[in-house]
Ligand binder design. Sequence first.
Ligand SMILES: Nc1ncnc2c1ncn2[C@@H]1O[C@H](COP(=O)(O)OP(=O)(O)OP(=O)(O)O)[C@@H](O)[C@H]1O
Length: 289
Amino acid sequence: MDNSIQSTCPVLVPEGERKPLSEIERSIITRYRHKLYSKFVRAISDYNLIQDGDKVAVAISGGKDSLLMAKLFQELVKHNKIKFEVEFIAMDPGYHPDIKKLLEENCKYLNIPVHIFDGKIFEVVDRIAKDYPCYMCARMRRGALYNKAKELGCNKLALGHHYNDVIETTLLNVLYSGNFKTMMPKLKAQNFEGMELIRPMYYIEEHHIEQFTNYTGIWPLNCACMVAAKKIGNKRYEIKEFIKNIKKDFPDVEKSIFKAAENVNMEAILGWQNKGKKYSFLDFYDENE
Ligand SMILES: Nc1ncnc2c1ncn2[C@@H]1O[C@H](COP(=O)(O)OP(=O)(O)OP(=O)(O)O)[C@@H](O)[C@H]1O
């Protein structure tokens, strides 16, 4: 892969003035309806992510994706088609005080009543997982978020992963881990009984989130990590560039990668795993002769 490609966090800094809240909220169902709100609602419906009676903890890191997700949830609650409740949660993993202030200010400006709680994850990860901080951080973060969600009486935890995260994860697994595994729109939590993780931004394209963020004039948190930042190259940014390059010759490449997980042909698969057990096509080769 080209060594000159970006291996650190891309930074999003909106060019214009911050728009009034009423304009930002209106834009979600007018200017950005097709690109954002309709796709959010469609993923919730296609994958049956939310039902009447649910209480969803919406996880906010303060980045562009989760700030938008919070506003999309508020819009959905307002529309009242599904009778469910939301709580907004943000775990402070040990952010620099200026970063934390930006998170608080953005949530206040956007009228997102967020519960910010201490996770102290950066400190622990830096101490015990110096070489692979991202993996450990993600695991600890997930646990902390589930705990908080449970404490608030929620049965679902919503994360702000989007369409491009899904595609990049699928490709990362094929290219670097030698397996075919996508990022699922929902899954049951393993260590938190009755709790489900949902990804309602599943169909939303990242460049549309960037367009929206630019339009709002809100400065999201960029690169708030205090452990891995600048220490290691991030394969995800390399994959982003890689996809961007293939897209020049094959504009539908993202759609194809996304669809691949919907169209797995079980007659052309050598092996698979299910509930921790491995299978080979040979195990079933002589069946139904
Ligand atoms: N400190 C945190 N507190 C609460 N939720 C978090 C936190 N960090 C991450 N999340 C949740 O996990 C999702 C994925 O995290 P990741 O670090 O990959 O974010 P990202 O792709 O940079 O998205 P974002 O723009 O929302 O930060 C976020 O969108 C958010 O829902």
